[in-house]
Design a binder for this molecule. Structure first.
Ligand SMILES: Cc1cc2nc3c(=O)[nH]c(=O)nc-3n(C[C@H](O)[C@H](O)[C@H](O)COP(=O)(O)OP(=O)(O)OC[C@H]3O[C@@H](n4cnc5c(N)ncnc54)[C@H](O)[C@@H]3O)c2cc1C
Length: 222
């Protein structure tokens, strides 16, 4: 949910594997009400809808390895979604495209704007930019059993840890900020695995476990 100009807000709700937000107002509200956190429903149930609800369905993330080509036509380059389009739920496509554009700018500056033979150099640098958001998006998608495609090694273990990070963000704003920095490609995924952050994640999960068991025992008593 993001503020835009004119005191208006835009809201996107993402679902996977057939679990999509309905496009009628009542169904959309009910979908928001069923989310684990109440905030979105609390806000939109009080807000005035200004447009229709528009669905956008996305079949799969797609990466094309131009960096592996032995030849590429002179005078052409490929950039952004045309190299790699990610599941839009993670909001990384524009960031990745902008970072690729910055790489291209740096390469051109280095070569005094001489673009001859630039394609293999650019595709190698673009692939490095894409590696991280690709790893994040593909890894997250494998959280869902219906996801198909080549599964990177270690994804299940990482996903178990990231699930704990997600949960910790409910009670620890520092963990929340660190997670958002990674998802916005401002920090590498390894920044979530420093000993101090892992400790905070563990402590936050312990706190939440305690709260859950206290709630369970107080509801048993009453
Ligand atoms: C629902 C949704 C939500 C998203 N949310 C986010 C987000 O929050 N954050 C984020 O970073 N990214 C987000 N993305 C991804 C982001 O929109 C894309 O990664 C980004 O727009 C890619 O830019 P691009 O220039 O590579 O391609 P595009 O933006 O797709 O631009 C390609 C352009 O080429 C034009 N074109 C196509 N074929 C031809 C042709 N033959 N001749 C001439 N023109 C042609 C198209 O009309 C289009 O204007 C989202 C995507 C979707 C679908």
């Amino acid at each position: 949910m993001f503020p835009i100009e004119g005191d208006r807000w835009v809201l996107s709700m993402g679902g996977w594997m057939g679990d999509h937000a309905p496009t009628d107002e009542q169904g959309f509200l009910e979908y928001a009400r069923a989310l684990p956190a109440p905030d979105v429903y609390d806000i939109i149930s009080q807000a005035e809808p200004l447009s229709d609800i528009t669905p956008h369905k996305f079949i799969s993330s797609l990466r094309r390895h131009y960096e592996k080509l032995e030849r590429f036509p002179e005078g052409y380059l490929v950039l952004g979604d045309a190299i790699c389009s990610f599941n839009p739920t993670y909001g990384q496509g524009m960031t990745s495209a902008a970072m690729q554009a910055a790489e291209l700018d740096a390469i051109l500056a280095q070569r005094q704007a001489n673009a001859a033979g630039i394609a293999p150099v650019f595709f190698k640098r673009a692939a490095k930019v894409i590696d991280t958001p690709w790893q994040l998006a593909v890894g997250e998608d494998f959280r869902f059993p219906g996801t198909t495609g080549p599964k990177p090694a270690g994804v299940d273990l990482i996903n178990r840890y990231v699930a704990a990070v997600h949960r910790a963000t409910l009670v620890d704003t520092l963990v929340g900020a660190a997670f958002i920095r990674v998802m916005n490609l401002m920090a590498p995924p390894t920044s979530l695995m420093t000993p101090s952050l892992m400790l905070r994640v563990w402590q936050a999960n312990r706190r939440l476990d305690r709260r859950t068991s206290e709630k369970a025992s107080s509801s048993q008593r009453s």
